[in-house]
Design a binder for this molecule. Sequence first.
Ligand SMILES: *[C@@H]1O[C@H](CO)[C@@H](O)[C@H](O)[C@H]1NC(C)=O
Ligand SMILES: *[C@@H]1O[C@H](CO)[C@@H](O)[C@H](O)[C@H]1NC(C)=O
Ligand SMILES: *[C@@H]1O[C@H](CO)[C@@H](O)[C@H](O)[C@H]1NC(C)=O
Ligand SMILES: *[C@@H]1O[C@H](CO)[C@@H](O)[C@H](O)[C@H]1NC(C)=O
Ligand SMILES: *[C@@H]1O[C@H](CO)[C@@H](O)[C@H](O)[C@H]1NC(C)=O
Ligand SMILES: *[C@@H]1O[C@H](CO)[C@@H](O)[C@H](O)[C@H]1NC(C)=O
Ligand SMILES: *[C@@H]1O[C@H](CO)[C@@H](O)[C@H](O)[C@H]1NC(C)=O
Ligand SMILES: *[C@@H]1O[C@H](CO)[C@@H](O)[C@H](O)[C@H]1NC(C)=O
Ligand SMILES: *[C@@H]1O[C@H](CO)[C@@H](O)[C@H](O)[C@H]1NC(C)=O
Ligand SMILES: *[C@@H]1O[C@H](CO)[C@@H](O)[C@H](O)[C@H]1NC(C)=O
Ligand SMILES: *[C@@H]1O[C@H](CO)[C@@H](O)[C@H](O)[C@H]1NC(C)=O
Ligand SMILES: *[C@@H]1O[C@H](CO)[C@@H](O)[C@H](O)[C@H]1NC(C)=O
Length: 515
Amino acid sequence: MLFKSSIAAGLLAAANAAPTTTTATGSSSASTSASASASSSPFGVYSYNQEASINSAAVASVASFAGIPASEIPGADVPVFPVVSSQVNGTASHGPYSGSATTTGAVKTTALGSEIPVLPPNPVETGYVPNGLLHNPQPVPYQPAGGLGTNGTEPVYRVQSDFDYESILLGLYQEWIELDLFHNILATFNESDFTAAGLTPSDRFLIEFMADQETGHATLLSNLLGGPGGATPQCTYNYPFTTVHEAFDFTQKLTRFGESGVWGFQAHLDSREVAQLLDQSIATEARQQMIFRQFAGLFPMPVWFETGIPQSWAWTLLAPYISSCPSNSKRLAWQNFPALTVLNQPNSARINATQGFFNETAGFGPAAPSSDPPAGQNCVGNNVTGFDCSAGISQNRSIALSYPGRKVYLEWENPGKPVGPNNSYVTSTSAKAPQFVLWVSQLNATYSPLTNITTTNGTNYGMTIQPDVSTYEGDPAINGTMFIALTDSNITYTAFNLSAVNPHVAAGPFLYQAG
Ligand SMILES: *[C@@H]1O[C@H](CO)[C@@H](O)[C@H](O)[C@H]1NC(C)=O
Ligand SMILES: *[C@@H]1O[C@H](CO)[C@@H](O)[C@H](O)[C@H]1NC(C)=O
Ligand SMILES: *[C@@H]1O[C@H](CO)[C@@H](O)[C@H](O)[C@H]1NC(C)=O
Ligand SMILES: *[C@@H]1O[C@H](CO)[C@@H](O)[C@H](O)[C@H]1NC(C)=O
Ligand SMILES: *[C@@H]1O[C@H](CO)[C@@H](O)[C@H](O)[C@H]1NC(C)=O
Ligand SMILES: *[C@@H]1O[C@H](CO)[C@@H](O)[C@H](O)[C@H]1NC(C)=O
Ligand SMILES: *[C@@H]1O[C@H](CO)[C@@H](O)[C@H](O)[C@H]1NC(C)=O
Ligand SMILES: *[C@@H]1O[C@H](CO)[C@@H](O)[C@H](O)[C@H]1NC(C)=O
Ligand SMILES: *[C@@H]1O[C@H](CO)[C@@H](O)[C@H](O)[C@H]1NC(C)=O
Ligand SMILES: *[C@@H]1O[C@H](CO)[C@@H](O)[C@H](O)[C@H]1NC(C)=O
Ligand SMILES: *[C@@H]1O[C@H](CO)[C@@H](O)[C@H](O)[C@H]1NC(C)=O
Ligand SMILES: *[C@@H]1O[C@H](CO)[C@@H](O)[C@H](O)[C@H]1NC(C)=O
């Protein structure tokens, strides 16, 4: 009993252990205490309850169910830390922002260059001989030499650099919208709407449970950021869906960029401890993403690997759905690229997804869902194996949603447009005129030529051909929800250095529904 509870308490206390000062923007000295003074932060004070407590009623209920005294149940006398409180839940304020921003742009400091150079491999990394033998003395029996954070130092669960802080802050913005979105889906539609899409009461409870998971994730990330002094509150959101299928289509895309955004940076974090806990939340998010694909009647996982994307890609995808944030919110350092749209996006609610019309999307933004097609062309509730996209554990789609060689028509904006919370961020690019479409999926980042470029009234149009590339034999790389962006060059990048492409991104990313 003592053993177990001291581990748990130690972990949580460490996660709650907050910095007394932070140099995130070189300007703030934020305290973790809920009573930090307003003058110490340019964004004002954000507080939430961090006091662990014992819920006596819950403990009594457990003891009563077990039929033994609470004092004999290990852990029952250990105080539990509360979750950060949610400001927006389900039905409360949603919709677009109609004000003007008082602050604009990403947070920034001196930039030392305009591009990260592409360098040869570090020679140290080609030296280890992987031949099955041990080459160095073992620190203790059964533990091979090496690894990071393996020498006995006590784990410190907090961000360690601007890179860490801004990455986890982006993650927190993502957790907050998911918490609101999952509640909002339940609040927006009634039981018969869900039943028509193939969802049972147990399925609806699963959505509720996934929302609860998000309160836990928001709490964890708030603590990794150093508690109230480093965290940011929940915002107000604006969603592009009108039907249940559209809602799940949007949500499977939103959770896709939430998950892929983390896979893009977690291996680069300075804090291995933060990466550890973050991964344990994103493993849950990955399950959510698959469940929303199932609710949308898509094949649950049509790929062998899930991809990672740069933070600025995730922020570009997320920002259009945040209408406003409280004035004490922390601002992000990431870039918002000009918006990219696929005009002939495959419509997952169609029996034949590519049979749709141009602009067959509902709402707005780079993760806009496709609209519900008319009866007869709609696969929701179409009880024919292979042609059904009602919610299900697996729906094999006899007509693939896309195919290599498909002409993909594109539209993109010029930079300089206000986006994101309070319209306070501005789209930008440092790229020259785009010439390529970058397709990021699974383990691969591949280019196709951008052709037939025209400009009408300040909006740009072009097309490309969907490539045919594989990770390994038998696994076409382009399937599921693809990240595509326009670039001015076709420099080769791979999973671990993809963010170096950012200075070459002219527009995007957009989420192409390849399968
Ligand atoms: C939802 O938000 C409202 C207003 O902020 C609050 O009064 C209510 O307690 C919240 N409900 C839940 C279930 O969190
Ligand atoms: C343990 O490893 C870390 C790097 O992972 C290093 O900074 C630290 O000095 C090491 N501590 C000891 C006691 O060797
Ligand atoms: C459920 O909501 C839909 C609109 O989303 C409406 O047409 C229908 O009448 C509602 N059904 C019930 C039982 O309230
Ligand atoms: C995607 O994967 C599904 C399931 O294996 C398959 O039926 C479909 O043809 C694939 N789509 C593409 C574009 O390769
Ligand atoms: C699906 O639609 C596309 C585009 O209209 C068409 O080329 C294709 O033949 C259709 N497939 C089937 C199986 O109907
Ligand atoms: C699609 O929308 C774009 C503008 O967003 C417009 O220029 C184009 O004509 C539309 N295409 C169709 C087929 O409606
Ligand atoms: C689907 O069709 C099968 C066979 O035609 C039938 O047994 C089943 O009840 C139908 N399911 C629904 C949900 O309508
Ligand atoms: C599943 O769909 C594929 C096409 O993507 C098809 O080749 C296969 O026969 C289908 N399998 C079943 C069991 O329906
Ligand atoms: C693209 O341009 C080529 C050559 O300029 C032309 O042959 C082709 O028809 C165009 N394609 C579309 C879809 O406009
Ligand atoms: C050009 O764009 C502006 C602003 O979006 C719009 O008001 C105007 O009607 C457009 N003109 C044409 C010819 O489409
Ligand atoms: C895709 O990624 C795999 C794994 O990194 C690599 O072996 C393969 O060459 C890549 N394929 C292409 C077309 O880039
Ligand atoms: C880059 O584009 C050029 C010109 O289109 C082409 O010759 C070259 O093969 C491409 N390289 C890669 C890595 O795709």
